[in-house]
Design a protein around this ligand. Structure first.
Ligand SMILES: [Zn+2]
Ligand SMILES: [Zn+2]
Length: 270
């Protein structure tokens, strides 16, 4: 059966990612109004009614803005780390206790036909995580909102058939741009966001560690654009001798990027 990944929104203005394998259907984050997430899901050929869970990466609004509304309307469980629950409880409003599920970094859970493993990422949130999803044969990973390259998260995503990797900003655009100084420092810091250059270095390392396809995501609206992110990462791959080894795509900020089907041994976009 198909193992499908559909990035509905990916960027600093909101994130929601759809994962489907057999009868298992879930969202990673819902950082836009519930109605927008539901509408984009329809375009991906799915329905919000069928979504069985939301896995939250961290409590920043671009990841949780629609979580409370969707959980109350559709009753699906919401998975997050304990500190993330603490930090987001007020922001998302009332969610029934039985819908609150807790995950811990490095501890896999079985969800439907998928094994879901949260992993720690360096980011300025309470206990932020990325996720890997595997059916035992194929592996999908989501790694955004990452301040710096670090061996633990690189190791967590190695061997992925498809990886959504943050490529947030162009450092020169950010430095020269109109953001306040403190915000620039936050984004550039070790718990901020991954630059195009760092994404390129990560991509080169990861293609030697079995990652087969990369989608660049969580692009900044202000300090990046898809062609620049793609070119910067491709350039790094060239410099580091990994050019052509790995198909590279870009997940869109404002809507469905496509339906990526993870086949055994290859990944194809529909
Ligand atoms: Zn974010
Ligand atoms: Zn964040």
């Amino acid at each position: 059966m198909a193992f499908v990944f559909a990035p509905l929104f990916s960027g600093s203005s909101g994130n929601a990612l759809y994962v489907e394998r057999d009868g298992t259907r879930l969202l990673v984050d819902a950082g836009l109004p519930g109605k927008r997430v539901a509408a984009e899901l329809e375009k991906a050929g799915a329905s919000i009614e069928d979504v069985q869970a939301i896995f939250v990466t961290h409590e920043h609004m671009d990841h949780i803005a629609g979580v409370g509304v969707l959980a109350r309307r559709w009753g699906m469980p919401v998975y997050a780390t304990d500190p993330t629950w603490e930090a987001m409880a007020e922001k998302i409003g009332r969610v029934k206790p039985e819908q609150r599920r807790i995950v811990s970094p490095g501890e896999p859970i079985e969800f439907g036909c998928l094994r879901v493993t949260p992993f720690s990422i360096p980011h300025d949130a309470a206990c932020p995580v990325g996720y890997t999803f595997t059916d035992g044969r194929r592996k999908l990973s989501v790694a955004t909102d990452i301040g710096c390259l670090r061996e633990d998260w690189l190791e967590a995503v190695e061997g992925s058939d498809l990886l959504l990797l943050e490529s947030n900003h162009d450092v020169d655009m950010l430095r020269a741009g109109r953001y306040p100084y403190e915000l620039k420092m936050r984004i550039l810091g070790q718990t901020g966001h991954l630059s195009n250059d760092d994404a390129g270095i990560a991509a080169a390392r990861l293609c030697r560690r079995g990652v087969k396809q990369i989608l660049l995501g969580h692009l900044s609206h202000e300090n990046n654009f898809p062609e620049l992110a793609w070119e910067s990462v491709a350039c790094r791959l060239r410099e580091l001798g990994a050019e052509g080894d790995i198909p590279l795509g870009v997940a869109l900020r404002g809507g469905l990027s496509g339906r990526y089907v993870l086949e055994e041994g290859e990944v194809g976009a529909e």
